[in-house]
Design a protein around this ligand. Structure first.
Ligand SMILES: [Zn+2]
Length: 250
């Protein structure tokens, strides 16, 4: 738990994981299979509960051919006890008590559990909104993960807007490259930046991606610029965490 004046990071949840071989992802790496957890973060702001992303759910397996291809490239390990809703319940928190969910981007491991939170405001960047309305194949948006009433519960963070609660506590940071729309959240009081999938691990930040993983980044030039941005935060003593960080790196 990380406490600030108005904000507290209550818990980091791992809602299933995918696995892959480092050797297939990065140049000059050993043949070692590692787990990439699907992370969601529970935090409070002024006594309201919020989530960043929602991890996997069983629905990621239920989107026909797209699910099959995704699972083949990126094998997923998930069981019901891993769902964010069930894990919150085990901690005494009802899914109905979450005021808002901030989506860093729209990949299945980030929006997988969204349908389990019918009361929450759905908060996303202007670019995510544009992608969700008109996704392209490579945007990897599984529409079956999106609640039918999402537009009624939507809050769009406009491009020029970077102060999430208009009180200087949480800054919305643009982190394009992995996807066009990716954002991160910088908790100023906590000196903590959650950087979604800007890299697959802080310890891999200087590793070069191989050809196929490079192709899967929507814009490699921006991907590299975003890495530099993270390094700048880190050099200023700010703790940077990404979604797929290994559990023992927490
Ligand atoms: Zn992603």
């Amino acid at each position: 738990m990380l406490h600030g004046g108005k904000t507290t990071i209550i818990k980091i949840y791992r809602c299933g994981y995918c696995y892959n071989n480092l050797h297939r992802i990065y140049k000059n790496m050993p043949k070692e299979t590692i787990q990439f957890p699907a992370t969601a973060i529970l935090f409070s702001h002024q006594n309201n509960l919020y989530l960043i992303d929602t991890g996997y759910s069983k629905r990621v397996f239920e989107y026909g051919l797209k699910s099959k291809i995704y699972h083949k490239l990126n094998p997923i390990v998930y069981e019901d006890s891993n769902s964010l809703k069930n894990q919150l319940e085990a901690d005494g928190i009802s899914n109905l008590d979450i005021k808002g969910i901030i989506l860093t981007h729209l990949h299945p491991d980030h929006i997988g559990g969204l349908k389990d939170f019918p009361n929450s405001q759905i908060i996303m960047s202007e670019k995510s909104y544009a992608l969700l309305v008109r996704p392209k194949l490579l945007d990897l948006v599984f529409k079956n993960l999106v609640p039918v009433d999402w537009m009624n519960r939507l809050r769009i963070i406009e491009e020029k807007e970077d102060d999430l609660f208009q009180d200087g506590t949480i800054e919305v940071i643009d982190l394009p490259g992995h996807t066009k729309d990716q954002i991160g959240l910088y908790f100023k009081e906590l000196k903590f930046l959650y950087a979604a999938d800007a890299t697959w691990g802080i310890k891999f930040i200087d590793n070069q991606l191989k050809f196929i993983p490079k192709l899967l980044q929507r814009d490699y030039k921006h991907f590299n610029q975003t890495i530099l941005k993270l390094k700048e935060y880190m050099s200023n003593g700010i703790k940077v965490m990404v979604s797929h960080e290994q559990v023992d790196d927490k």
